[in-house]
Ligand binder design. Structure first.
Ligand SMILES: Nc1ncnc2c1ncn2[C@@H]1O[C@H](COP(=O)(O)OP(=O)(O)OP(=O)(O)O)[C@@H](O)[C@H]1O
Length: 208
């Protein structure tokens, strides 16, 4: 469960944001829609405390992230928040499997190779586990990115424009996978996007 209250943020005195309060229960999903420049990425980064809000709160499963120290925030995020970035970021010298296991390492958890194999099978990239990530297509990398976000069975999945560079068929596939995977682990799924095609795939929507 994730809830925010009265979140505000400023890049400068002339560039400040007040965001609407949002709430997303476990196993539920929320779409946050906005045109370019409305602050979608900023909002997503505030939800993960990658940016520190000027005021307001972000509560995940009863922990108010804004009360934690930077080290506590990093540890909480690694264990409880899975992030699917707009463009996947991988360690290119590592295999796909090792990039997945890195999520365990960063969360100070034991390597979960079976979980990685299970996700690879569900998301359809089992045959690529031994490859380097740059040997995969963009669509395949996107699926690895989703798998990596699910590795620690987080309470919250945050996805930033996960479909912007995909055709209709692949966009539908990625959204179905995000819904399916987050429901399997009982996570709250929050997607920020300008992609109006996604409207029908979410009952809960907020406009920025
Ligand atoms: N580090 C920064 N310093 C100053 N201004 C910034 C910074 N990052 C973003 N902004 C500004 O804040 C506004 C919101 O940016 P943000 O990236 O959150 O928008 P967005 O809705 O995700 O846009 P897009 O859909 O184009 O990615 C933009 O006007 C942007 O120029």
């Amino acid at each position: 469960m994730l809830t925010t209250q009265r979140l505000t943020f400023s890049y400068s005195p002339t560039k400040s944001f007040t965001f609407p309060d949002v709430s997303c229960p476990d196993s539920d999903a929320l779409l946050i829609l906005g045109q370019s420049g409305t602050g979608k990425t900023t909002f997503l980064h505030l939800l993960a405390l990658l940016l520190t809000p000027e005021s307001g709160s972000v509560v995940i499963n009863k922990t108010d992230l804004t009360t934690l120290s930077p080290a506590q925030t990093a540890a909480f995020r690694a264990a409880n928040v899975g992030i699917v970035y707009q463009k996947p970021h991988f360690v290119s010298s590592l295999s796909v499997m090792d990039n997945l296991l890195l999520a365990n390492y960063l969360a100070n958890k034991a390597e979960a190779k079976d979980r990685a194999r299970q996700l690879a099978s569900q998301l359809g990239f089992s045959e690529h586990l031994g490859k380097k990530t740059n040997e995969m297509s963009q669509g395949e990398q996107q699926r690895v990115s989703i798998a990596r976000a699910m590795m620690n069975q987080p309470a919250v999945i945050l996805a930033d424009e996960p479909t912007s560079s995909l055709d209709d068929e692949n966009a539908n596939r990625v959204i179905a996978l995000l819904h399916e995977q987050s429901q399997q682990i009982g996570a709250s799924l929050i997607v920020v996007t300008h992609d109006q095609r996604l409207k029908d795939a979410f009952t809960n929507r907020v406009n920025l």
